[in-house]
Write a protein that binds this ligand. Structure first.
Ligand SMILES: [Fe+2]
Ligand SMILES: [Fe+2]
Length: 320
């Protein structure tokens, strides 16, 4: 499969798993196309055409024309210059690597990370939080992330890939949407007597089991194993990066009992204690790995020859 086709399919699959519906995306693309048409001067020069068909600003091809034939992906949760060198070294030793699949964004996908965060409003709305609350709480956090990332040295990885001639793409919110939908279906919508039963259920999922065996199991960070879960949500699995701590308070008011999270910040942890919300910190790497595996399972149906070289926290687990 050509790189461009693989990436476009990934975008489509991300939208299918998204909490927002087709109408939302149609409206979004229409607005972007209008903005592109009306842009003038330097605003026209820097307009990101990609936004007219890809709603995920943290997902894009960061090196390559898209015409490259891809059957072997080197997949990693974090791929930076060291991993690009690793790919080059492995190629030198005879390992076939056609392209890098990077989860945590690099290059422009990182520069535009905060632009995917409004997705959190819809994820929280599904958990019962009014959109006006989430929207007001999110804006200052988005601005903060934008300012922080703005100062980063953003293009090191993509330049390394360019110099070594290795195509690469970032796939972040796409696969986070897939693992969010998976957790909704397999955990949040199931009845559990207490938190320890949720941990038992998580441990039946191969990626969590693998990481637990390595000393990185899902853990209850607030609440006890014997606590009743109440309403379970997976509101900290997708939406770019951690949202503001006020979201925790709003979720408590909306009747949320237990939050499943990839990673819990200290401030969120403090708020969870104050507001009696149970929190389970599922392994970050295992959670990101599940999302990537779910996407690769779907891509593999269309590209039977697909193989992976597993690096940087990722392990390939195939599902039927
Ligand atoms: Fe992720
Ligand atoms: Fe992550």
């Amino acid at each position: 499969m050509k790189l461009q086709k693989m990436f476009k399919r990934s975008v489509e699959l991300g939208m299918q798993a998204d909490v927002r519906d087709k109408k939302y995306f149609d409206r979004y693309f229409k607005k972007q196309k209008e903005a592109m048409k009306n842009a003038k001067g330097w605003k026209k020069d820097i307009f990101d055409e990609e936004r007219t068909w890809n709603p995920y600003s943290d997902c894009r091809i960061i090196n390559g024309s898209g015409k490259e034939e891809v059957t072997t992906l080197m997949v990693g949760i974090d791929i930076e210059t060291p991993e690009v060198l690793l790919a080059d070294r492995l190629r030198e030793k005879g390992q076939k690597i056609d392209c890098l699949f990077i989860h945590h964004p690099e290059g422009r996908a990182l520069a535009d990370l905060e632009k995917v965060m409004p997705l959190q409003i819809d994820i929280l709305a599904k958990a019962g939080v009014p959109v006006n609350h989430s929207e007001a709480q999110l804006k200052p956090r988005m601005d903060k992330i934008w300012r922080a990332i703005h100062a980063d040295n953003l293009f090191r990885t993509e330049r390394a890939a360019e110099l070594l001639g290795i195509p690469a793409f970032c796939c972040h919110t796409i696969t986070d949407n897939l693992v969010w939908a998976f957790m909704e279906k397999n955990i949040c919508n199931k009845p559990f007597e207490d938190l320890s039963e949720i941990i038992d259920a998580l441990m039946k999922i191969p990626e969590f089991k693998y990481y637990a065996e390595k000393g990185n199991p899902p853990i209850i960070v607030n609440g006890a194993g014997s606590n009743r879960p109440g309403k379970i949500v997976a509101t900290e699995f997708t939406g770019g990066t951690n949202g503001p701590e006020e979201q925790l308070v709003s979720q408590s008011k909306a009747g949320v009992g237990t939050i499943l999270s990839m990673h819990v910040t200290e401030l969120t942890f403090t708020k969870a204690k104050e507001h009696n919300i149970n929190m389970i910190q599922c392994s970050h790497m295992a959670s990101d790995t599940i999302g990537i595996n779910l996407l690769l399972d779907k891509i593999q149906k269309e590209e039977k020859r697909l193989k992976t070289v597993d690096t940087s926290g990722f392990i390939r687990v195939k599902r039927k």
